[in-house]
Design a protein around this ligand. Sequence first.
Ligand SMILES: Nc1nc2c(ncn2[C@@H]2O[C@H](COP(=O)(O)OP(=O)(O)OP(=O)(O)O)[C@@H](O)[C@H]2O)c(=O)[nH]1
Length: 322
Amino acid sequence: MSEQPAVRQTAEHRSGFACLVGRPNAGKSTLTNALVGQKVAIMSARPQTTRHTIRGIVHRPDAQLVLVDTPGLHRPRTLLGERLNDLVRDTLSEVDVIAFCLPADQKVGPGDRYIAAQLAELMTGRRGVPVVAVVTKADLVPRPDLVEHLLSVEQLAKSVDREWADIVPVSAKDGYQVEELEAVLISHLPEGPDLYPDGELTDEPEAVMVAELVREAALEGVRDELPHSLAVVVEEIVEREGSGDPAKGKPPLLDVRVNLFVERDSQKAIIIGRGGSRLRSVGTEARQGIEKLLGTRVYLDLHVKVAKDWQRDPKQLRRLGF
Ligand SMILES: Nc1nc2c(ncn2[C@@H]2O[C@H](COP(=O)(O)OP(=O)(O)OP(=O)(O)O)[C@@H](O)[C@H]2O)c(=O)[nH]1
């Protein structure tokens, strides 16, 4: 008698890109981290701190989901705002599925309608991109309110003559439905092999992540106008000669030089603080994050510079990497 053949995995392997959009503070970064399971995007209670497109990768035996976290799609007010929106739109037209994040604790508002109208264009056409409505922060509202909210989110699609591919309520905070969302997003990916090697969580250059860590530390507890006026540029990351000793398991020391650009002298004073005290604590906090990220000892050298009106000056924007 011949042996029963082993049950073969017939499910196809899927891979592709998903992009999280939503108004500032909708919970995109937190959700990215919950899906990926490691801190990659930089979290902040402040709006519009995610300047760069940061990807996290969800690895599963049957799929690879590459998450693109974007800055909030918002009405442009400055040249920088316009650039960000262009960047967002370019990214969006290339992904396989879009997750539109709408916080459960806030009514569907003009900001959401603006984004819905933008997405409506992407949802049709040659390669219409499916949009999954994700109701974030579900832990913040009682169940009946959540149901009500889901209905208004459904209505939002109708108002732009479209339908969401799915509607999924989640809480990144307590993990509610995060796996379900993962499965839904994966169901919209095409069949294909892994796009990145296993174990790789982000393909962002280290410098960008270092800059984000410094930015996050520098913005902590400071006034509201500063987030838009602060650009962080990593000048160099170099290993200090003879600093490590692999034989003794002593990791090398990295010299990390970073410039913080603000628009006005008054902002420079805020960042630096009395007698440099604030900058020192920014440095300490950022260094700890960078050491964790790079897995070695770091000497962090921060410089604060004024670049007048950099947000409105195309030349400065280019120099600062936008
Ligand atoms: N209670 C609760 N709070 C959340 C949840 N997800 C995010 N938050 C909070 O909401 C705030 C905004 O979250 P972020 O992930 O930074 O939002 P974002 O959409 O990436 O924001 P921008 O980068 O400004 O566009 C933070 O204070 C988070 O702690 C959640 O599931 N539950």
